[in-house]
Design a protein around this ligand. Sequence first.
Ligand code: PLP
Length: 303
Amino acid sequence: MANNQYTWFDGKYIPTEEAKVSILTHSLQYGSGIFEGIRAYDTPKGPAIFRLQDHIKRFFDTAKIYRINLKFTRAEIEKATTELLRRNKLADAYIRPFAFYNSVGIGFSTEGKPISVTISAVPFGSLFGDKKELRCKISSWHRINSSILPAGAKASGNYINSILASKEAKDSGYDEAILFSNSGKTLAEGPGENIFIVKNGILITPPESADILIGITRDTVIQIAKAKGIMVIERDIRREEMYTCDEAFFSGTAAGITSIISVDSVDIGDGKKGPITSKIATEYKMIVSGKDHSHSGWLTFVK
Ligand SMILES: Cc1ncc(COP(=O)(O)O)c(C=O)c1O
């Protein structure tokens, strides 16, 4: 039996096949939905959701930016997320809280239109499937910036930009894109991942001002690195620095920690996953799977 039998829809757990909307739904037509992406992992103490409170906080922050009243409290959404996982008997899963204008018709005005809130959960492995090492292309598309769309919010419409960049990279034979920030001089992130480079043993990642989404995995990486005595600097990264760094990787809820071994067909370091990337990826896996207890507060157990 499928592990996504139920969807939480405006406070009720309903069969997933009944969680449907009209083709003319506002948020489908105009990209006006907002969402989160959360992971759960199997642990020795049963399934656990990683950094649930931080994800739900970001969901509510996005709602605030878009002036969306979610009608539920953060505690209610956290509880519903946990209960949904339990009902669907999921362990390794991807969880998608989503809020959208659930009204049918033509016209992008949101005035007086009802908001629906849903939570879906599906079994999930890895965003890049079997690919453990990525060949990336710096995109001709720049990342959205906050004078056009709030780059720090997780809104559906933002991902049209991500889709363009990712498609361009894949159509050109690469695994994934890296986007410039809006300056066009320095890099922002991947279409759905933050980026890190390693140079002379120091971890470097673009700052908030580079129009990035402030990733929860990015924060996790920074905390892991600091605990391991690895210096972390948040600063702009120029394109040429990507080519000459020693190691590079993506971080993200769906992507995990995924090594980047070449950019624009230039090998990063010796073209293999590097030692600092491996160290951080190993620790990340230990934490999310409940085998390292140094950050057990980040896990919300389902049972
Ligand atoms: C554009 C973008 N950047 C970065 C990330 C990584 O963020 P997180 O680690 O919170 O999943 C995501 C994924 O949510 C994303 O969509």
